[in-house]
Write a protein of this length. Structure first.
Length: 193
């Protein structure tokens, strides 16, 4: 005897409210919960800091005040997250300082060239080249400042948020300076963004 398929008595499946997961994650380690609890007094996923402040606050302050990044890098002994962000802030500041010195030297050379062209009654094409050089240098400086500000804000937001985000080009170097990969202790599994 064949029976026709029946509809479930409770109706079609219901969708969860907006923003709720369709299926809740299973309980236990590996889904954002610690595998074992951190030691008492530790509220951060990154563990305690030898500086005595929360690691994300310490790392973020290193971006705001460059001198603090240098101090935090040498004072911090146990927290790789703080050392990583301090190293990244130091490298970012060093790159900006080197670029600024090179830009200043190039600007000084172009201005000297403009003075030499003006004093020697050179042709108008030489004056045009000097003027274009000044415009090009100004544009390069503007782009570099915007790039620096972008990376600075990116690193600072990541540090204050408690994420170990590697900035392009300098992130791998900062990770080596910090002593290896930056992973949270105590078995915390961070969500992927």
């Amino acid at each position: 005897m064949n029976m026709p398929p029946q509809q479930p008595p409770y109706g079609p499946p219901q969708q969860p409210p907006y923003g709720q997961p369709m299926y809740p994650p299973p309980p236990g380690p590996g889904y954002g919960q610690p595998m074992y609890p951190p030691p008492p007094g530790t509220r951060s996923q990154w563990g305690p800091s030898s500086i005595g402040m929360e690691p994300n606050v310490t790392a973020g302050l290193g971006y705001i005040f460059g001198v603090l990044a240098l101090i935090f890098f040498f004072v911090e002994k146990q927290n790789r997250f703080v050392k990583f962000h301090a190293a990244q802030a130091i490298l970012l500041s060093l790159i900006y300082l080197v670029f600024f010195v090179l830009w200043y030297v190039a600007f000084f050379i172009v201005v000297l060239g403009a003075g030499a062209t003006a004093s020697s009654n050179a042709t108008s094409s030489a004056s045009t080249v000097v003027g274009l050089g000044l415009v090009l240098l100004s544009l390069c400086f503007g782009v570099a400042v915007l790039g620096y500000l972008g990376f600075w804000i990116w690193g600072m937001v990541a540090a204050f948020s408690g994420r170990a985000t590697k900035l392009p080009l300098i992130g791998a170097i900062a990770q080596r300076w910090a002593g290896g990969p930056v992973v949270p202790p105590y078995g915390f599994v961070l969500p992927v963004y």
